[in-house]
Design a protein around this ligand. Structure first.
Ligand code: CIR
Length: 255
């Protein structure tokens, strides 16, 4: 099925972005841009068509485009990301997303980051985190349940987003850092655990059956490959310094 990947260029202000769990380290912008381009090329080689939006320097974190919208088959929900510096990022996506989907919007007091959303078939898991509040959960629930989705709230403990703690790898399997979430919500799925020394390894992105993941987690890659997943490891060091990972750099849209 044709797949669009919406991305956004790296802001020259990325060094001023939000940090919650990581200590600030200088980000090499030139390298960050090379890594971002290599990410786009990897998605292209896996069959996605890249829709690249220009960097917006007034939004340091806007390269992490996933947080500003949630796209399902029937609609695109423009979110209000939970960090005040990011709250208006959803509006930057409306012109692009309306080409592919009916648009819906969350309204105050809802805040929700796309990084807190996991979709596994018709089930949508919503992480309650520092970024996604109960009003965000309620509004997403009100939009998606009439469309036939089951919306499941999940606690996020000690991680920025649900997708920092757990992602859906495909084939009824999730990859998790168990301490950072409540695995009871995923009891119907097979759970693979990241090795203890790679706590940030749980975030992988399934693109047409291949898992795009950071090269810095080789032991996690081995866990995935042992059970038959195809992996594509990328150097994302500079984007990881900004607390980003492979999922947050794109919005995938089936067309
Ligand atoms: C932030 O704190 O919002 C950014 N520095 C990182 C966002 C990463 N987003 C994601 O994993 N979905």
């Amino acid at each position: 099925m044709p797949l669009i990947a919406v991305t956004r260029g790296v802001s020259s202000t990325l060094n001023e972005g939000q940090l919650t769990y990581k200590t600030r380290e200088p980000i090499d912008l030139k390298l960050a841009r090379q890594q971002h381009r290599a990410y786009e090329e990897a998605l292209e080689s896996l069959g996605a068509t890249i829709v690249h939006l220009p960097a917006r320097d007034e939004f340091p974190d806007a390269v992490f485009v996933e947080d500003a919208a949630v796209v399902v088959d029937e609609c695109a929900v423009i979110t209000t990301p939970g960090a005040p510096s990011r709250a208006a990022e959803g509006e930057l996506l409306t012109d692009t997303l309306k080409r592919y989907r009916l648009l819906q919007r969350l309204t105050p007091p809802a805040t929700l980051d796309g990084g807190d959303i996991i979709q596994a078939g018709r089930t949508v898991y919503v992480g309650l985190s520092k970024r996604t509040n109960p009003a965000g959960l309620e509004q997403l629930h009100a939009l998606l349940t009439p469309l036939g989705y089951t919306v499941v709230p999940v606690a996020v403990k000690g991680a920025l987003h649900l997708k920092t703690a757990i992602t859906y790898a495909g084939r009824n399997t999730v990859l998790a850092k168990p301490e950072w979430t409540d695995l009871a919500a995923f009891k119907d799925l097979r759970v693979l655990e990241v090795p203890k020394h790679e706590p940030w390894g749980a975030s992988v992105l399934n693109v047409n059956g291949t898992l795009v993941m950071p090269a810095s987690f080789p032991a996690t890659r081995a866990v995935l490959e042992r059970v038959g997943f195809q992996c594509r490891a990328l150097d994302l060091s500079e984007l990881q310094k900004a607390e980003g990972g492979p999922t947050c750099l794109s919005i995938l849209i089936k067309t």
